[in-house]
Design a protein around this ligand. Structure first.
Ligand SMILES: Nc1ncnc2c1ncn2[C@@H]1O[C@H](COP(=O)(O)OP(=O)(O)OP(=O)(O)O)[C@@H](O)[C@H]1O
Ligand SMILES: [Mg+2]
Length: 448
């Protein structure tokens, strides 16, 4: 273990020497004969405690105190004063000094006081680093979460960030797909190059090719200048193709070619241009299913899906809800200059029982709104929107009971059909007048 560091500031050589003798067994002692020297030491060394004389040449002790606290507020300062300057010492306390001792001092009292202060500092420091540890454990880049599912995602991102393999991120709207894509970029060797995002659903079809691959001057009406496409802009970095599922089929073919050949052709360019980009694609649709309907090229699907990352909906990782709520509270407190301390307990349980169709984005927007509108120190349940309060309210319960009754009835109905059909699914389905697949789905849903 490292010795705690103490700085003794006094213009009397004799006093500095005796302090050093007294303290050097247990502490690393630094000495300064003036305020200027003291400040230089504090800037260089992580000092825990300063014993600071009030009367100093050039810059007086009170000024030095202010400067030290300005450099690092967590450094403890004890003023050393003669009886006649006690008034000043009291002023020093107001300015953040921890205590003062009067000269000539009692050796035992001094060492005890120093010992206690150092102990307090060590405890504080451990607490602080514990908090940092927790924060970093539950946060990866900008992704917050502690559920098993999200930790697994942290792990995968860490694993893939180092290479350039294509990643396909799937997940419902608002689950953090873009955040994950950025984390992959920021964690990897391409972080100093660009992360370029293109929302494939937001670009009109006739502009997509130019957006992706660029065009030469005069290649079509309106092409007044050569323009680089996102592929070339992202060169060396990462190209994030958001909502890749909405790319029209002809563009899918061109994208596949660009990824495979690692080169692109600008519109009207003629000559292929080599590009070095990492592709991260995202979609909230079921691309696999779309390949079956021939709305998405199967070969492109496999080319993109080298490393799949699935972000589960928030309702499947409810243990993250309180953590995320706190995270957004801190974020918007800061943004709006508010000091809201937290959520009332019943608020957190209402948040946890809601279904979050809009996932984390919905939660973030809600917390932002609550922070803006809240007047008190804590956020109260009555401020929540009806759909969140309602879930466990009276109306919600009747609705829930009705649904449960229907499901129970359906389950019994299906069980008896299965019994009569001797467990044969196709026959039972026929008896019920439904498709066999529907029966299988119902069995899953009703847990038969
Ligand atoms: N785990 C998380 N921790 C902190 N913030 C998150 C997390 N997940 C999402 N967010 C925040 O929620 C919002 C939505 O995230 P993001 O844009 O990454 O979602 P998305 O899956 O791309 O959504 P969409 O499909 O609608 O584009 C962003 O403001 C993002 O910062
Ligand atoms: Mg997105």
């Amino acid at each position: 273990m490292q010795k705690p560091k103490i700085l003794v500031v006094d213009d009397e050589q004799g006093l500095r020497d005796s302090m050093r003798m007294l303290l050097e067994d247990r502490y690393e002692v630094h000495l300064a004969a003036s305020g200027r020297e003291a400040i230089a030491v504090v800037k260089k060394e992580p000092i825990d405690l300063v014993l600071l004389d009030i009367i100093l040449p050039e810059i007086d002790g009170i000024e030095v105190l202010k400067i030290i606290k300005g450099i690092d507020d967590s450094i403890e300062v004890v003023m050393v004063t003669a009886v006649i300057t006690v008034g000043k010492a009291v002023e020093a306390l107001r300015l953040g000094a921890y205590d003062y001792i009067t000269k000539p001092f009692d050796i035992q009292a001094l060492t005890e006081q120093v010992g206690k202060l150092i102990e307090k500092k060590t405890l504080q420091r451990e607490n602080l680093s514990l908090r940092r540890l927790i924060e970093s454990e539950y946060q990866f880049e900008k992704i917050v979460g502690k559920s098993g599912a999200i930790r697994e995602i942290f792990r995968v991102i860490d694993d893939v960030a180092g290479n350039s393999a294509t990643v396909l991120i799937t997940g419902e709207s608002g689950t953090g797909k873009e955040l994950a894509a950025r984390a992959i970029h920021n964690r990897g060797p391409r972080k100093d190059k660009l992360f370029v995002a293109l929302n494939c659903a937001a670009i009109p079809e006739n502009l997509l090719e130019s957006e992706l691959f660029g065009h030469e001057k005069g290649s079509f009406t309106g092409a007044h200048e050569r323009q680089l496409g996102k592929f070339e802009i992202a060169s060396g970095g990462t190209l994030f193709l958001d909502e890749v599922g909405s790319l029209p089929l002809p563009m899918q073919a061109k994208l596949l070619r660009a990824i495979q050949e690692k080169e692109i052709e600008r519109i009207g360019g003629g000559r292929p241009v080599p590009v070095d980009v990492r592709i991260v694609a995202a979609t909230n649709s079921d691309l696999k299913a779309e390949t079956k309907d021939r709305r998405f090229r199967e070969d492109l699907y496999y080319r993109l899906n080298v490393i799949p990352i699935h972000l589960p909906p928030l309702r499947e990782r409810k243990e993250d809800i309180p953590l995320l709520a706190e995270h957004f509270l801190r974020k918007y407190n800061h943004e709006f200059g508010k000091k809201i301390k937290g959520f009332k307990k019943d608020v957190l349980s209402l948040l946890a029982s809601y279904n979050w169709p809009g996932n984390i984005r919905e939660l973030e927007n809600l917390v932002e709104r609550l922070v803006v509108l809240n007047r008190g120190k804590e956020i109260e349940a009555e401020k929540l929107p009806a759909e969140i309060k309602g879930e466990t309210g009276a109306a919600g319960t009747t609705e829930k009971r009705f649904k449960e009754a229907v499901m129970k009835f359906e389950a019994e109905f299906i069980r008896s059909a299965l019994d009569k059909a001797g467990g044969k699914k196709s026959r039972a389905a026929k008896m019920l007048g439904i498709h066999r697949n529907t029966l299988i789905q119902l069995e899953k849903k009703l847990k038969i």
